[in-house]
Write a protein that binds this ligand. Structure first.
Ligand code: NAD
Ligand code: DAU
Length: 334
């Protein structure tokens, strides 16, 4: 295995992987095959193209285009495909699921078919821990049931199952790695860490979804590349390997680290509910937060007839003493 086709190699993890492999293995030749979607950027590989000019080539192409894939494999006498190419942003998969099914499922099939026809030595699929779905207790094992929850995760699951089907049906020498959240250089600033770091630098609010208590295993991208390298060289054919730190932290903890690193105040944190689901039904709020607060305060000022009898009743006074007495220094529990 010395001549790789790295699909999606102009994206975040792919470009880090190409640089890592060319630096580590002097005998390797790498062809990056990439459609250059909004997430694929040649500047991610600019230094690679200069430093490894004799051992690196770039082909612009779509993994859904079988003829173009086969032509690239033949022209560069590729023996191994490492497939990073995918639509990757969960939030976008809620806006345009079709693009995810096309690239992440159909595109994977096209690559597998080409690998089978040309008798490649290895097909390696870059997958994600999102295929396991929500993990409430313990940790996901490679043998766990797959319960994807977003169109992105469902498409990646479809891709994985097709890879395994090619192994079972034709003995194609495949391996799969399932990584947790990668972070590091060249990540498109739609993913949370680069989004928050860049917002903070511009003193813009950091929109934390919900209560910020969702847990993620944020791993450094080079650790992920080393894991893929280990599976390519030492992994068993037909097997799946999870890659992550094994640690987790909440989004709010992550956000505080970003702010502390950049010397920015925690006042930039904004807890934000994602209301796009309801907005899809045509709903939108008519009041801003400030308008809602002002309107409400005014109503109480103008409607004493309504709340004074409630607050002067014995039931209310007892409740108030119980709940706030200690804190405010009034009531029976002082
Ligand atoms: P990215 O969005 O930064 O890059 C994706 C790359 O794929 C881009 O260069 C894009 O141009 C290319 N691409 C998209 N559709 C294509 C098509 N039809 N044909 C050819 N190229 C196409 O993604 P990333 O974060 O680097 O993720 C790479 C892979 O790793 C994906 O398969 C993703 O599912 C997986 N993964 C990502 C993470 C993460 O945290 N980012 C974690 C685990 C697994
Ligand atoms: O787990 C691996 C997956 O990690 C990869 O397969 C995906 O390709 C990659 O995008 C990533 O998915 P996530 O949905 O976990 O990543 P994202 O950076 O979009 O969000 C991380 C967490 O941060 C998630 O709980 C949602 C939250 N979030 C995200 C954004 C963009 C916010 O609170 N605010 C935001 O603005």
């Amino acid at each position: 295995m010395q001549r790789l086709l790295v699909t999606g190699g102009a994206g975040f993890i792919g470009s880090n992987f190409v640089r890592y492999m060319l630096e580590k293995y002097s005998g390797y030749f790498i062809v990056v095959y990439d459609k250059l979607t909004y997430a694929g950027r040649l500047e991610n590989l600019q230094d690679v193209a200069e430093k490894f000019a004799g051992r690196y080539a770039f082909v612009q192409g779509d993994i859904c285009d079988g003829a173009a894939v086969e032509a690239a494999l033949a022209e560069y006498q590729v023996d191994t495909i490492v497939n990073f190419a995918a639509e990757t942003h969960v939030d976008r998969s809620l806006m345009e699921p079709g693009a995810f099914i096309q690239t992440d499922v159909f595109g994977t099939y096209v690559l597998l078919e080409a690998a089978r026809k040309l008798g490649l030595e290895r097909y390696h699929q870059i997958s994600t821990d999102e295929v396991y779905g929500q993990v409430l207790v313990d940790r996901s094992k490679e043998t766990d049931n797959l319960k994807p929850r977003s169109p992105y995760a469902a498409s990646k699951t479809g891709g994985d199952l097709m890879v395994l089907a090619y192994y079972e049906s034709w003995g194609l020498p495949v391996t799969i790695t399932r990584g947790s959240n990668n972070i590091g250089p060249y990540q498109y600033p739609e993913k949370v860490v680069p989004l928050f770091a860049t917002n903070a630098m511009d003193d813009q609010p950091l929109p934390v979804y919900g209560d910020g208590l969702q847990m993620r295993d944020y791993q450094y991208v080079i650790d992920h590349c080393e894991g893929i390298d280990a599976v390519l060289h030492k992994g068993q054919i037909g097997e799946i390997y999870n890659i992550g730190t094994g640690e987790e932290m909440t989004n709010i903890e992550m956000t505080k680290i970003v702010l502390a690193t950049l010397g920015k105040p925690e006042s930039l944190i904004r807890y934000a509910l994602d209301v796009s689901k309801l907005a899809g039904l045509g709903w939108e709020p008519s009041h801003s937060c400030a308008e809602a607060i002002e309107k409400t305060a005014r109503w109480y000022a103008e409607n004493e007839w309504w709340w004074r009898p409630i607050k002067s009743g014995e039931l209310y006074k007892a409740y108030y003493a119980e709940q706030y007495g200690k804190r405010l220094g009034v009531g029976s529990r002082g």
